[in-house]
Each structure stands twice: as C-alpha cells, then as structure tokens.
Design a protein around this ligand. Sequence first.
Ligand code: F6R
Length: 241
Amino acid sequence: MRIIRATNPTEAGRHTATIIASQVTLKPDSVLGLATGSSPIETYKYLVEWYKQGNLDFSQVYTVNLDEYIGLPADHEQSYARFMYNHLFDHINIRPDHVYIPNGLAPENAAEGARYDGIIKDLGGVDLQLLGIGTNGHIGFNEPGEAFITGTHCVDLSEATILANSRFFESADMVPKQAYSVGVQTIMQAKRVVMVATGKNKASAIRDAFCGPVTPKVPASILQLHPDFVLVADEEALSLM
Ligand code: F6R
C-alpha cells in the first residue's frame, strides 16, 4: 500500500486524476472502475479539463461504475448514472456503449448481479478501480457486515450511509434504502486500486481500514491485501493515522 499525501481536496483530486490519466495514456482501451459521491468530483474536474486541453483521449476507454440506487431511473437527478454524465461522461469523448452502470430499475436482484458481473468478466476485468470510502468504512456499497460479499449484489444501505447521503436529497426519507453494488471480488481483482479520501469525517474510517485488522466489519480494510493499492488523502483524512 502506498499513500500520497495531499494538502487539500483539490490537490488530492489532481494527484488522483494524474494516476487515471497515466493509465489511459499507457493503455488507451483501459477498463476504469468508477465511483460517485463527493470524493471523486475534483478528480473528474481535472480529467475533463485535460481532455478539453487535448491531453487525454477517452474514445477507447470502458467504464464500469461501482453502484447504483435501486428504484431510481437512470435519468433521475440523484441517480449515480446522472451523476456520472453530469460530472464526467457529458464532457469527454467516451462512447456511450462503453459505459456500464448497474440498472437501478432491474426487477430481479440475482439476475442483475449476474448480468453486471458477466459484463465485467467479458471486458477482462478492471484495470484501474477508483474508490471513495464511507464514514463507516464501506467501499462501493459493501457495508460493514459479518462476511465480505464477492459478486454484484443488492445491499440494504446502513443508517450511517443513508444519513451521509441524505445531503443530496430533500430529506433522509427520500434516500433509497437499497442499492446494487459490485462485490469485493471485482474491486480486489482490479489490477490497480486508487482511493481518494479527504476531510476530517473520513479520518476514523481511514485509521480503522488501514491501521487495524482486515475484517468485513471495516470493508475497506481488505485493501491492505491488494498488491497495487494507492491511497490519495489530504492531511485531515490522514490525521488519525
Ligand atoms: C459511490 C461509492 C461510495 C462512496 C462513499 C463516499 O459510488 O461507491 O462508496 O465512495 O460513500 O462517498 P463521498 O465521496 O460522497 O463521501
């Protein structure tokens, strides 16, 4: 595990974008595993800026997103699909048929999980996985529990996650209670994993994930076992390490 220390979220975003940009430059048909939420926003801003300057080409890139709320159509303003188009896909030259996100309206959990895992397998797996971390240590929507779940699955979101994500909705009641999430196998099989974490509210999750035992009670702790894991974090997120 390597740690890149940034002084603030903007710098963390620039470091993270640099890693993604090198990946795409060295392997133009890379499969990128992407995340939503506030953590990658700065990263996506840099990628869009460098694309607009002519320094990046996404025409051969494939993307597979980590998760999607169950019950929200892709065009809902709070869906993760909408987030990805707003922050990245609408501003770069990625082909729409190279973009994969779990279908939040899929009626049957097991079938959607198998479909999504099949897509990732057919693409040859993920080259570079971008992650944030939940305040409870979740990655994707792999919530704290008794066991690590391997494949794409339906998750009952924890109270902590619903509360954390209520900032994007009118109230906590409006936050969907379930989501589809890729499992830890997809994340751990990615050739490289990069996590971006900023702010004081991530400090205890970062400490528990990387200074404690590997346990499904802190899902991100499994990344201690990944052979090519980079944590890009600001001073505040690293303050308890
Ligand atoms: C989002 C995702 C989540 C977030 C995490 C942190 O696709 O998979 O694991 O990365 O909840 O969210 P933010 O960045 O909003 O603090």
